[in-house]
Design a protein around this ligand. Sequence first.
Ligand code: AMP
Length: 114
Amino acid sequence: MPDDCLFCKIASGAIPSKKAHEDDLVLAFYDIAPAAPVHILVIPKQHIPSAAALGEQHAALLGHLFAVIAKLAAELKLDDGFRVVSNVGELAGQSVPHLHFHLLSGRALAWPPG
Ligand code: AMP
């Protein structure tokens, strides 16, 4: 874990967050600057810089992470729809270099995104 990684610190509890789900592998917490009425970040506790660093060895972790997303969507009754997005790199606007999936809902979400 890089000493300066914000989401590693949130995953370890060194920096507090408003948690939506936590288990041994995955943490979901509310975004500090929500872009929609529902805006949750779902992260692996393991440090992975972005989706660009994923490989076959992460298959089980990602399957579990998406099961957590589906569980949250069901619990929060996001029946009208939601979006899952992961920004990779500067052009996409990634600001925290620790893999995270935004779970967005509660309003109409334009497509294509800006
Ligand atoms: P991205 O720009 O795709 O890398 O997403 C990073 C997200 O992390 C942004 O939506 C930020 O609002 C969010 N964020 C930054 N710091 C915190 C924090 N301490 N707690 C919760 N969310 C944060």
